[in-house]
Design a protein around this ligand. Structure first.
Ligand code: EPZ
Length: 422
């Protein structure tokens, strides 16, 4: 397994291009199953999760070709000959559950493996299933698979989510586009990835209102056509790299960055002493003084502070002046980066969903281990300003959500290299 060595190397300067959003692409790709016409995605990120989704869609009979080194995904689901999403693919990536709604809506039946838990939490899919049942789906859970039927097709229904779920909103939204009649989804997720999905579905002929608000209203249509759609900028990759100059000092421009994607996050950066200014090509980030100030953080559904930036923010706050309290309200086990940061000299006390971080002057490089996608990149960020070398092992986690980390960070002056493992 490969590892990455990063050495504290002073301030960073230059620019970093931000790719298309992994979490938008992972819901846009299954949308191809809703139509027999071609769906082409541009600005697609080149990530292992995208390759996993490609393999899954191909196993169902969809044609998916990665053009221009994977930045363009040309897809066509003219002939879906298999309606079973196997466990051996689904267990690698939970987003595989997002083929359920589209397959059910298009052909009236689907068998999809339950994803099982993952490192950051149990992550059940009960809300995905309840929302589809509200549209008339008949679901039977057997031997770890969801056997779903909709004889005569899905019917428009109303469903109120008891709490916000990004994936369940996406599954229900896609299914509702072909349901007979009107569907209303209440307490729906408002993430930019949902807005991006709605805009793509509308280009395909779907009738959707309310994306970006808590209520989605969808008027089902008989069939959807094809479209070409650019994947929205990745707000989590954006936020991640905004923290590089915040931690190491210097001034870095994030190309393609948009303030509307990272509102709550930027408010916290401003409170910590980081300047973020819009440029004609993205966002410029610069730390105001020599040391950031402690701030408290509570993760929430969009437009609140994103859970996917909590680990990275903790890396910044490890060397802040003062004590910060981070509350993880979305997942039950998302502080696995804390023990690794403690190995680097951080002072962090974790009690359940609350982590109290007392800032120290400087972290010290150490061998550390990546445990999940966002934890892995928080360790690299911490290493940017630590004294000496930080060796992050198990970086396959990183490859799921960040393309070219070494190239992007060394491009702004970081001392970082990837070591091939056995
Ligand atoms: C999406 O996961 C993202 N993944 C996650 O990003 C992100 O952390 C999460 O949304 C929250 O923003 C993709 O988009 C592929 P949820 P998702 O349904 O849809 C519970 C990353 O690092 N829940 O909003 O699975 C669930 O356990 C990944 O890129 C149920 O109980 O998240 C969690 O505690 C990590 N039942 C909470 O709701 C359900 O049916 C929010 O989950 C569904 C969810």
């Amino acid at each position: 397994m490969d590892s990455i060595i990063v050495t504290g190397n002073g301030p960073l300067n230059g620019s970093i291009p931000i790719a298309g959003a992994k979490n938008a692409c992972l819901t846009l790709m299954p949308a191809t199953l809703l139509s027999e016409e071609p769906l082409t995605l541009t600005n697609a990120p080149r990530l292992s999760d995208i390759r996993t989704m490609t393999t899954l869609l191909q196993s169902l009979g969809a044609e998916v070709s990665g053009l221009q080194d994977g930045q363009v995904l040309a897809m066509s689901s003219h002939d879906i000959h298999n309606h079973t999403a196997d466990y051996d693919i689904v267990r690698k990536m939970r987003a595989s559950i997002l083929v359920l709604g589209p397959m059910l809506a298009r052909d009236g039946h689907a068998i999809v493996s339950l994803p099982g838990g993952c490192a950051i939490g149990a992550r059940p899919v009960d809300l995905h299933l309840k929302a589809l049942e509200a549209m008339g789906a008949e679901l039977d859970l057997r031997e770890g698979y969801v056997h779903a039927k909709a004889p005569g097709g899905l019917k428009g229904g109303t469903f109120e989510f008891p709490f916000v779920s990004v994936g369940a909103t996406e599954n229900a939204l896609m299914a509702a586009t072909l349901a007979k009649g009107t569907s209303v989804l209440k307490n729906a997720a408002r993430e930019p990835e949902i807005v991006d999905l709605a805009r793509c579905l509308r280009k395909m002929g779907a009738q959707i209102e309310g994306e970006g608000t808590s209520t989605l209203t969808i008027q089902g249509v008989d069939r959807l056509g094809g479209a070409t759609h650019p994947v929205v900028t990745d707000r989590i990759e954006l936020g991640t790299y905004m923290l590089a100059p915040a931690i190491a000092g210097g001034e870095v421009e994030l190309l393609g960055g948009r303030l509307d994607l990272v509102g709550a996050f930027v408010e916290k950066l401003d409170a910590a002493g980081i300047d973020v200014t819009e440029t004609s090509t993205g966002l410029m980030v610069k730390r105001r003084g020599d040391r950031v100030q402690a701030v408290d953080v509570e993760t929430e559904p969009f437009p609140g502070f994103p859970t996917d930036l909590q680990a990275q923010m903790m890396a910044l706050l490890c060397t802040a002046e003062g004590t910060s309290v981070l509350q993880e309200k979305i997942f039950e086990n998302r502080f696995m980066h804390a023990p690794e940061l403690i190995r680097m000299g951080a002072e962090i006390d974790v009690q359940g969903g609350t982590a109290t971080v007392t800032g120290v002057n400087r972290l010290k490089g150490a061998p550390v281990m990546a445990t999940d996608l966002r934890a892995s990149v928080s360790l690299i960020l911490a290493g940017l300003a630590a004294e000496g070398d930080t060796t992050v092992s198990r970086v396959y986690h990183l490859d799921r959500g960040y393309e070219h980390v070494v190239r992007k960070l060394s491009g702004v002056g970081a001392k970082i290299e990837r070591i091939k493992g056995e």
